[in-house]
Design a protein around this ligand. Structure first.
Ligand SMILES: C[S@@+](CC[C@H](N)C(=O)[O-])C[C@H]1O[C@@H](n2cnc3c(N)ncnc32)[C@H](O)[C@@H]1O
Length: 371
């Protein structure tokens, strides 16, 4: 049951809450634009320097939420061991070595602070190596040491066929760490007694949309990049899902969900994988740190009465606790003891210093302790 209707300007969200009013606006920072395209051909929505002028972003006041907070389970580590044609072979020295179908691919990986486990001849034998800007989404180029490779190649994940793709921004047309979310969506769609409605925001090359559709969902896929939508449609054909109920929508995600809210259209599952900064097809600016509260607010409103979930992925964290955790463990090999790692958070304590509120994440930690 919804108990709310008061609306509040986004800017006032930072001010102190009125006593008794709890808000459940999640706000997790994020980064990473991961569109595609070779060299100069960037998708319209790619993360790049903030533009000088842009249309005013559509907005509405935030809704002041009342009622109990959802129960929390933290920390939850969703771990992917790979699936289908993908697995991570090794990592270290700022790089990762991955298997994508027939190809072994080396890409920069800032989190890999430790040394590789496998000998250098294994790494040297890679089929494709991305070099260039070490910035997360920087430009660079692919090198194919063994033989020149085409731009695309067939891949399969969770029984869905699609194309891997060497893009100018180190991406390969799929974000395999998302498999855990996709498996979850697949499971929900398969066990539902009706075709569930899935909204895939910032859907990129559409693998999540195809997995959901293959499991029987009715899918609405939204992305600002015409090129990415084109690739997603290509993938749809490759996946033999041409007849599946998928709406491909090239639009600014915020604009789209605000319209869906006004129209009363609802979804059972919403997936959102926003970049830190992106642009809609008409230059609409999406800035995660400014728009995430409203984006989630609107997403909540367009969840159906029997909704199943709202899944947000955020990539802006430059390091994860696993990075320092593995480094610590490697460093302390043979010393016995235990390595504990996670995040340091400060719990809000209210005016009286005794009223526990939300947890504010401040930093990551890893500690080795002699037992
Ligand atoms: C983070 S990727 C999504 C990856 C995808 N969910 C997956 O796992 O394969 C970001 C995508 O957001 C799109 N995008 C960026 N800004 C956008 C906006 N304002 N509205 C809609 N899509 C946008 C980009 O074109 C890109 O395809």
């Amino acid at each position: 049951m919804k108990k709310k209707q008061t609306r509040q300007e986004p800017s006032s969200q930072k001010r102190a809450s009125a006593p008794g009013i709890k808000r459940d606006h999640g706000h997790k920072p994020a980064s990473h634009a991961k569109p595609a395209g070779q060299k100069a051909q960037r998708p319209a929505a790619r993360e790049e320097a903030r533009p000088q002028a842009s249309p005013v972003a559509e907005t509405r006041p935030l809704i002041v939420r009342k009622g109990e907070l959802p129960i929390e389970r933290v920390p939850v580590i969703l771990e992917s061991k790979g699936a289908g044609d993908f697995h991570l072979i090794d990592s270290g020295a700022g790089l990762k070595l991955e298997q994508y179908g027939p190809y072994r691919v080396v890409r920069p990986e800032a989190q890999a602070l430790w040394q590789p486990s496998l000998p250098s001849h294994v790494w040297d034998n890679a089929d494709a190596i991305f070099t260039g800007d070490t910035d997360e989404d920087g430009m660079g180029r692919w090198r194919f040491p063994k033989a020149a490779l085409g731009e695309t190649w067939p891949l399969s994940l969770l029984d869905v066929d699609f194309l891997g793709r060497f893009t100018a921004f180190r991406h390969v047309g799929v974000f395999p760490e998302q498999i855990v979310h996709w498996s979850w969506v697949k499971e929900q769609a398969e066990k539902a007694d009706r075709p569930i409605k899935v909204l895939n925001l910032f859907g990129y090359t559409g693998v999540a949309s195809l997995v959901a559709a293959a499991a029987g969902a009715e899918v609405t896929h939204v992305d600002a990049s015409k090129k990415a939508i084109g690739w997603a449609r290509e993938n749809q054909t490759l996946a033999r899902l041409d007849r599946a109920p998928i709406r491909w929508i090239c639009e600014d995600a915020m604009k789209f969900i605000l319209r869906e809210e006004r129209r009363g259209n609802r979804y059972d599952i919403i997936l959102a994988d926003p970049p830190k900064f992106g642009r809609g097809p008409n230059g609409e600016v999406f800035h995660l740190f400014e728009q995430l509260p409203l984006m989630l607010d609107v997403c909540r409103e367009i969840l159906s009465p029997k909704s199943i979930g709202l899944v947000l992925t955020a990539y802006s964290i430059r390091a994860s606790f696993y990075s320092i955790h593995e480094l610590m463990r490697e460093t302390m090999r043979g010393a016995g003891g235990v390595v504990e790692s996670g995040e340091l958070v400060i719990r809000e304590a209210g005016l009286d210093g005794k009223t526990p509120g939300r947890a504010l994440s401040t930093s990551l930690f890893s500690r080795w302790v002699r037992k």
